[in-house]
Each structure stands twice: as C-alpha cells, then as structure tokens.
Design a protein around this ligand. Sequence first.
Ligand SMILES: Nc1ncnc2c1ncn2[C@@H]1O[C@H](COP(=O)(O)OP(=O)(O)OP(=O)(O)O)[C@@H](O)[C@H]1O
Ligand SMILES: [Mg+2]
Length: 450
Amino acid sequence: MIFFKTLRGKLTIIFFVSTVTITILTFFLLIFTTQKLIFDQVNHHLHIVINEAKKIVEENHEVDNIEPLKNLVSAQGMTVILLSSDGSPILQTNSFDVADVTEHQMQQIVFSSTNKEEPQHFSVNQMQFATVPVSIYGYQDGILAVGFSTKIINNTIKEITTIIIFVLLLSITVVSIVWQTIIKHYLLPLEKISQSALQIKKSSDLNKKVKTNTTTIELKNITASFNNLLEKLKQVFEEEHLFFSDTAHSLKTPLAVIRSYIETLPRQQNKKKNEILNYIDSLNETIQDLLIISKINTSYPKNSKQINFSEIVSTIAELTQTIGLEKNITVNQVIEKNIFINADEQLLTKAILNVIKNAVDHESQNGTITISLNKKNNISELLIKDTGVGISSKDLKSIFNRFYQSKNSQSKKGNGLGLSISKAIIERFEGKITISSKIKKGTSVFIFFS
Ligand SMILES: Nc1ncnc2c1ncn2[C@@H]1O[C@H](COP(=O)(O)OP(=O)(O)OP(=O)(O)O)[C@@H](O)[C@H]1O
Ligand SMILES: [Mg+2]
C-alpha cells in the first residue's frame, strides 16, 4: 500500500508498533505484580494460620477435639487437614464456604511435605496451601496443611484483566486517532510541498509556488528554499531562452546576407560555392534547432488536444521509405490503428522525424528499419528500430545531451541537437524516450505515452 511508503504512514507504523509493545509490556508487568502482591499476602496469612494450627495440634492431647482448629479456620475460605505420615487423613475442618479437599489436592499435600520446620507453600485447583510436619498430640508424626481458597482472588484478577485490556484498547484507539490528527496537521505542509513538486514536474510550470501556513521552523525553511529554488530555476531558464533566441536572431541576418552574397559569386567557383552554401545551411539548421529548444519549455503552449498518433506515425513511415531509397532501405511497419494521445502534432512529428533521420543516417546499405506502434495497458509504445552501426554503451549515456555526437556519427550536416530536441518535446507531453543499442547490430528507440 502506498500509504505505508509515505512519511506519515511510516511514522504511524513506528508509533503503533511502539505503543502496542509498551502497552503489552505494561499490561503483563501490571498483572504479574498485582498477582504476586496478592499471593504474597495470602501466603503470609497462611504462614500465620499454619503456625497457630501447629501449636494447637502439638499442645492438644484430645484427638477428637477439633473445636480449636474449627475456630481458627472459621475465617472465610479456609481449611485445615491433618494427615498421618503415611498420608491417611486424621481430621479435616473447613470454613462454611470451602468444599472438602479433593483426592488430587490430598496427593499434592503429601507430595509437598518435607521434614523442614518452615511451612511449604503451593497452589492447586484454586487453593493455596501451606504444609508443615507436625507431632500429632504428642505420640505420632503427621502432616498439617492449611488451605485458602483463591477462587475469589482469581476471579477478581480475571475481571481486572478484562477491564485493563478494554481500557488499554480504548486508549490505544484514542491515542492513535489523536496521533493521526497531530501528524496529519504537522506533515500537511510537507505533503503540500511534495504535491506541488509533483505538479511542477508534470506541468514544467515554474510559475507555481508552494503555499503553506505552517508555523514549524524547519517546514517554513523548506517551503521558502523550495520557492526560492523555483524562482532561480525560472530565471536560469528565462536567461537560457533569451540567450538562445538572441544568439539565433543575431546570427540569422548576417548568415542570410552571406548566403545571398555567395549565391551571386561567378559560376566558375561552383564547387567551393556549394560547399560554403552547405555550411551555411547547416548553421541555419542549428539556429532553427536552438530556437525550438528555447521555445519548447517556455512559449510553446502545452497542447492537451487529442491527436491521432497512428496517422502521424503512418505518414512518417511513408516518408521513411522515400528518404531510405538512396540506401535501398526496407521499411517494415506494424502500426495499430486509431491510437490517440495528447500532444502537439507539429512538435511530435519533429520529435519522431529526428529519430527516423538518425535511423536512416546510421543504417547500412540494404538495411531494414522497423516502425511499430501499439497500445498495451493504456500505454502507447512506438518503436523505431534500425540494423545500422549501433551506439557504444559509453556514448549511450550522453546521447540525449545537447551537441553530443558519437565518434562514428554519420549524421549528415548534424549538430548533435536532434535527440535532445526529441526528448524535450516528448517529455513536454508527458511521454518517455529510451534507447537501447548494440554496436554493429543496430539501435532501438522506444517512445511511450500514457
Ligand atoms: N540510430 C542511430 N544509430 C547510430 N547512432 C545514432 C543513432 N541515433 C543517434 N546516434 C548517435 O547519436 C548522436 C546524437 O544524435 P542526434 O540526433 O542528437 O544528433 P545528430 O544526428 O548528430 O545531429 P542532428 O540530429 O542535430 O542533425 C549522433 O551523432 C549519432 O552518433
Ligand atoms: Mg540526428
């Protein structure tokens, strides 16, 4: 889920895991401590009673006189059992709310008895026992046990546990809601900055500014720095645009003058004349390209009109056949009909033609250029594949840089601007262009629009 990849989602997980861990630990510590304190009290009580009972048994010489012991355990929830050393019961007296000791409990009493004078404590079937060796009425060794029913205590602890669990769950829910509200409030400016950055990336509109009314110093600083950065970027782009257009315009007129002067030169110098005219034409092309680059991100409107991509590609494929005639290039076209995208027809044609021009320029004699267009999962994919000289992996890294040409470039009159223009146009309409190539095997250019 995307939420858990956001800062808010991650902070929520950290908070939730730590809160739940602390709560569970606190819960167990609380229950354990309460239980221990209560049972310590019970054992202390049993200790006093069993010492008292031992005194009665050892000092009383009438076996049938159970009155003193009965009086002793008349306190609620108590029982006294006297056993002979072989474990057979001699007498048992219970307070009114305690049932007779069960066979199992009896076994445990015998099992736990030792020769130690100190009472032994243990718990069985919701009864806490203390046992001690005793000399019965002065003539026989036996075991004296005092039991205390912990049923009520156990039930109370259960009830307290349920209440604590309920209160903790409620607290976790309330605290989580409060935490969510707090982090939402504090992270909102950051989310706004992130959304603005995304919007600016999408629309390439540097006029947009991030607006937040945060009071957090760090976020205030980030917002201010981000807006400052946008302003500076805008300035840089504007200056670049101005530089390109000023340079282009100031070169245009003198070039036109030189061109018309050269054209008037006498026929005898035709070879030299044509060479110079070619140079001038190449320079003119560079100037045109510079103007296009400067305009793509600034003055060209971002056209959101639906255009028939399939028709444009078909027309370009026909043109490829014509310009490929010189090298006897075969053009394979697999073009799915009626694929529409949002773009400017003229600019898109320019972008694709630059790629086609490269494919033809670098294709070998009798080579094959494949042009395929299809749409899968809402993504239109155009592939222009040639079987020409290919591009080295080192050159591939810089291929979209302005004025970059590889050493084995065969672009006629090329200036290294074609691919950078194609990329700028395609990205202007939210598309993507990638190139894969192998030396001497050929090059594949992929163009995607979603
Ligand atoms: N299909 C291709 N096969 C081989 N190399 C290519 C191919 N496409 C581009 N290149 C290499 O990438 C370089 C840059 O291409 P780009 O189109 O940007 O400039 P150019 O073709 O040299 O000049 P321009 O397109 O501006 O006339 C080319 O010079 C060439 O070396
Ligand atoms: Mg080119």
